[in-house]
Design a protein around this ligand. Structure first.
Ligand SMILES: [Zn+2]
Length: 320
């Protein structure tokens, strides 16, 4: 029997122990090398692109010799004006990429011993960095599954049966319910969107899926319109989940992860943040077979606005 990837040593290339053992200077160096990969971490002026800088080491700032602009490694990135130590920032990233169903902000604030608000903002910034890899603007190709799932807008039911409301009726809903429509390549990316109705998924497919693709959808009647633009395989879930290879199992497992993330970690999501969780779950799903050291590196690189450099792969095995 082959061992599951997540249980293998190859999936574990980064640990909190290695981060804290290496210390603050090493963590700072990681951020510099991610920000300026083309100069191996030597500062480059963000204003005039000059490579000559004074290094104000006591304040971890740089001053451009040409234009006198002062900047830090995080200036102009999503970590700008951070107050957290670099070692804690790296630890937060490690915790985030290790949590396969996400991590609640309360838990993150306890692990890092920081304020809840700090953890909240940081976690959302990291999700933004992950979303860059999910919402790439490139169309999906090959075999693409589509489905939708509803989140939020739960109406608490009255105690006595006589007082209970029919939650299916519009006048009894609170307007906070949204649907996540997800498109998923059988062998590749997952692309989620937040909309009011599942039927809006047809337009999303038209905009985001190659015309050469074959699509899979369930029996819901609004998907009939997909047949106008694509070759579509349908599966009737009221009768069967997989019909001779016709299924939407890939997109269903994405929703399974998102559902567990929302229910198990966050308990409640407001419509304004739902797309962030949807992107986070898509990123985790698409990277489920990548080791955690590489994942952390990808998040830092995205956050620093630099392309991912493969030189970092395996860095933490060597450092530990
Ligand atoms: Zn300059």
């Amino acid at each position: 029997m082959t061992q599951h990837f997540l249980l293998s040593a190859a999936s574990r290339t980064l640990s909190l122990r290695s981060i804290y053992k290496a210390g603050e200077e090493a963590a700072y160096k990681v951020f510099c090398e991610m920000r300026w990969p083309e100069t191996d971490g030597e500062a480059v002026c963000p204003r005039c692109s000059n490579h000559e800088t004074y290094n104000i080491t006591t304040r971890r700032k740089f001053k451009c010799k040409a234009c006198a602009h002062q900047f830090s490694v995080t200036s102009g990135t999503i970590f700008a004006s951070r107050k957290m130590d670099f070692v804690d920032l790296l630890a937060a990233i490690c915790i985030m990429v290790n949590a396969s169903k996400g991590v609640s902000m309360v838990q993150l604030s306890r692990d890092l011993d920081c304020q809840y608000k700090t953890a909240f903002v940081l976690a959302h910034k990291l999700r933004e960095a992950m979303a860059q890899e999910v919402q790439t603007g490139e169309v999906l190709e090959g075999h693409v599954e589509i489905d939708g799932a509803y989140f939020g807008g739960h109406i608490r039911q009255e105690n006595a049966k006589a007082d209970r409301k029919d939650r299916r009726l519009k006048e009894h809903q609170n307007g906070r319910r949204r649907v996540v429509v997800a498109l998923r390549e059988r062998h590749g990316r997952t692309l989620p969107f937040v909309r009011m109705t599942e039927a809006e998924g047809v337009a999303l497919a038209n905009d985001n899926v190659s015309r050469m693709s074959t699509m899979s959808a369930d029996e819901a009647s609004h998907w009939d319109l997909l047949h106008n633009g694509f070759e579509v395989e349908r599966v009737n879930h009221s009768e069967i989940y997989s019909d001779h290879g016709k299924h939407t199992n890939m997109v269903e497992s994405y929703f399974s992860r998102l559902r567990r993330m929302v229910v198990g970690q966050h308990h409640h999501v407001s419509p304004q943040y739902l797309h962030q969780y949807a992107n986070h779950a898509a990123w985790l799903e698409d990277n489920r077979r990548t080791d955690n050291g590489t994942l952390a590196q990808v998040v830092v690189s995205n956050a620093m606005g630099a392309p991912v450099s493969r030189q970092w792969k395996g860095y933490w095995q060597r450092a530990a």
